[in-house]
Design a protein around this ligand. Structure first.
Ligand SMILES: NC(=O)c1ccc[n+]([C@@H]2O[C@H](COP(=O)([O-])OP(=O)(O)OC[C@H]3O[C@@H](n4cnc5c(N)ncnc54)[C@H](O)[C@@H]3O)[C@@H](O)[C@H]2O)c1
Length: 478
């Protein structure tokens, strides 16, 4: 007999698993389909984020940062650490343990919330039926009153550098190196290129980043991007802008990469090459020809602001639809859709999705950049505060970067918070909370911030918007 559900979710990444849990919590009979197999051959929940994305990369970023600190950052504190070494297989094994704990945790949450897990590949048929094909090749069809597609994304491949997951790897392969490559090439100075480039640079690789665009971190505020480029270069990342990769040749476990830049044609040889040039939506064998769901011109599933597809009752969320490819955006879309299915009037605020790059210092922002606002003709006041003037940052010997608060010159409403520096992600979240409630720079300035904290840099930057910073000379006078 055909199994019937109120909600069937295709994909158990941070979009799909959150949607499934939320739907079940709202009293809907919910199933979630997932096929991804972990290293033990068993189905693992959590999608790219938990298995080969956000979490494993942060595990390696944290391990490599501790190594770097032990090697080069302790002496200033009077701590002597001699003979510091890195055991790369142990570092990678720790990362794998974290993945196992978290993916197992999601399975536990499914059980606790009564979500039925259907193992296999899900395909949407006509009439909100979903075909589930198991790894044994056997298929079953389930029926749903509502379907949520959360099939995610995968790395873009480029013909000049075909991934073999040995010498030329994508973001997944770059989490599995068993030793530190002497020379590491990275194609793409985006989020993944900078995070993974940082991991291996801290462990001793000579890292060259080849970026096709002439501008570094085009999505970030220009002042932040400039500071980031300066800092990462100082850390040893050789960032080549305007560098177009034209070919690669793997020879004796090395790769010779050809590229053109302002100086003409170039060749460089690397021991490993990471290709990190973006991700694309996964829609392969996902939609039957008569499913009725439309794709947009870039291959994403077409949805409106409420994540409704062209078929009533079928929704799509996360990386497979328009917007930022971020786990937290996917999760919030999942919550919104589950609530709407349950009859609530949930909406999502697409204007306040924070962005974070987990380098050191972290780079994070929410809202608009100064350049975007100027292009829109919005008059703004800007306040910045450098961590070099923060007592807490000095105590931690982590004084690089600054906080920048941008407010509407007429209303004083905060329109953007941009941070490069220690705990930037956490500080930007404070800005996001304020902005969600329509805070003005003055509101933030009037609040009591604990002393001594890094958060005081946000307080001071908000005060500086109107020339009232205490611990730095104000550029703008009251
Ligand atoms: N911390 C995070 O939030 C986080 C971490 C990892 C990934 N992600 C998401 O995953 C997605 C993929 O990340 P990503 O870093 O691969 O993509 P990205 O879009 O952030 O950066 C890709 C970069 O590669 C460059 N590029 C493209 N083709 C090139 C070529 N042929 N030669 C040289 N450079 C080229 C682009 O100009 C761009 O700067 C992004 O949407 C990102 O937001 C987010």
């Amino acid at each position: 007999m055909t199994q019937k559900f109120d909600v069937v979710v295709i994909g158990a990444g941070p979009g799909g698993y959150v949607a499934a849990i939320k739907a079940a919590q709202l009293g809907l009979k919910t199933a979630c389909i997932e096929k991804y197999q972990g290293s033990d051959g068993k189905v693992a929940l959590g999608g790219t984020c938990l298995n080969v994305g956000c979490i494993p990369s942060k595990a390696l970023l944290d391990s490599s940062w501790k190594y770097h600190e032990a090697k080069d950052g302790f002496a200033v504190h009077g701590i002597e650490a001699k003979g510091v070494t890195i055991d790369v297989p142990a570092m990678v094994a720790r990362k794998n343990t974290i993945i196992k704990n978290l993916t197992g945790g999601v399975a536990g949450l499914f059980k606790a919330n009564g979500v039925t897990l259907l193992e296999g590949h899900g395909k949407l048929l006509a009439g909100k039926q979903v075909e589930v094909t198991g790894t044994d090749g056997k298929s079953q069809v389930v029926e749903a009153a509502h379907v949520i597609i959360a099939s995610g994304s995968k790395p873009v491949e480029i013909p000049p550098a075909p991934v073999d997951q040995d010498v030329i790897v994508d973001s997944t392969g770059a989490l599995e190196f068993q030793s530190v490559p002497k020379k590491l090439g990275v194609i793409g100075a985006g989020v993944i290129g900078l995070e993974l480039g940082s991991v291996w640079a801290r462990l001793g690789s000579e890292v060259t980043v080849l970026e096709a665009m002439d501008k570094f971190l085009a999505a970030a505020d220009e002042q932040v991007a400039k500071e980031a480029q300066k800092t990462l270069t100082k850390q040893g990342l050789d960032i080549r802008l305007g560098a177009r990769v034209t070919g690669s040749e793997v020879k004796k476990k090395q790769v010779i990469v050809s590229f053109t830049d302002a100086n003409g044609e170039q060749k460089m040889t690397f021991d490993k090459l990471i290709v990190a040039v973006g991700r694309r939506p996964v829609t392969t064998d996902l939609l039957a020809s008569d499913s009725g769901v439309d794709l947009d011109e870039r291959g994403f599933i077409f949805v409106n602001d409420q994540c409704e597809t062209s078929v009533p009752g079928v929704y799509a969320i996360g990386d497979v639809v328009r917007g930022a490819m971020l786990a937290h955006k996917a999760s919030e879309e999942g919550v919104m859709v589950a609530e709407r299915i349950a009859g609530h009037k949930a909406q999502m605020n697409y204007d306040l999705i924070p962005s974070v790059i987990y380098t050191h210092p972290e780079i994070a922002w929410v809202g608009k950049t100064e350049q975007q606002l100027k292009a829109e003709g919005v008059a703004v006041n800007v306040g910045t505060f450098p961590f070099a003037a923060s007592g807490r940052a000095m105590a931690a010997n982590d004084t690089g970067g600054f906080v920048k608060v941008i407010a509407d010159a007429n209303t004083d409403r905060v329109l953007g918070v941009h941070v490069i520096g220690p705990s930037a992600a956490e500080l930007v979240q404070q800005g996001a909370i304020g902005m969600e409630f329509g805070t003005s720079a003055e509101d933030l300035g009037m609040m009591v911030f604990s002393h001594p904290t890094l958060s005081e840099a946000l307080h001071e930057a908000a005060l500086a918007v109107n020339g009232g910073a205490i611990h730095i000379a104000n550029r703008k006078k009251r």
